[in-house]
Design a protein around this ligand. Structure first.
Ligand code: ZN
Length: 136
């Protein structure tokens, strides 16, 4: 059996990453952990530490990125809530049949984490990301 451990991060869709970073770093004073390029998802990300959790700013790098389409139809803002699970494969198996996941297999992000998304039709419009951290 696998379980949800905590809220890993909040994902916020932004149209200009450098511009958005200024608010979180310079106004809120959060610690910027760094930028990540994630070609598989056609996004660039900035990660901020917030105590035990994180805020992830996500910018599309291509017009066929899901983030590009999201911002075009709904505007910038909260895109997903990421839940940390101890074993994403076991957790996915346990919820299979009750919900649809976006990817067939968890996606490896930079060798640091495995992720998948629960389709928001199951969760009142909230997109949940599942995250298993390989490296903290
Ligand atoms: Zn995320």
């Amino acid at each position: 059996m696998s379980k949800i451990l905590k809220i890993d991060h909040l994902g916020i869709a932004v149209s200009n990453l450098e511009e958005a970073v200024k608010f979180y770093r310079d106004v809120l004073g959060l610690e910027l952990e760094g930028f990540e390029d994630i070609p598989k998802q056609k996004v660039r990300v900035a990660m901020f530490r917030v105590g035990e959790s994180r805020i992830e700013l996500v910018e599309a790098t291509s017009e066929d990125s899901a983030i590009y389409k999201y911002i075009k139809s709904r505007g910038e803002g909260l895109h997903h809530i990421a839940l940390r699970v101890d074993d994403i494969r076991v957790f996915s198996r346990e919820i299979a049949g009750k919900v649809d996941l976006i990817y067939k297999e968890p996606m490896d992000i930079l060798g640091e984490r495995l992720i998948n998304f629960i389709h928001p039709k199951h969760s009142k419009g909230v997109m949940y990301e599942l995250v298993e951290r390989i490296k903290e």
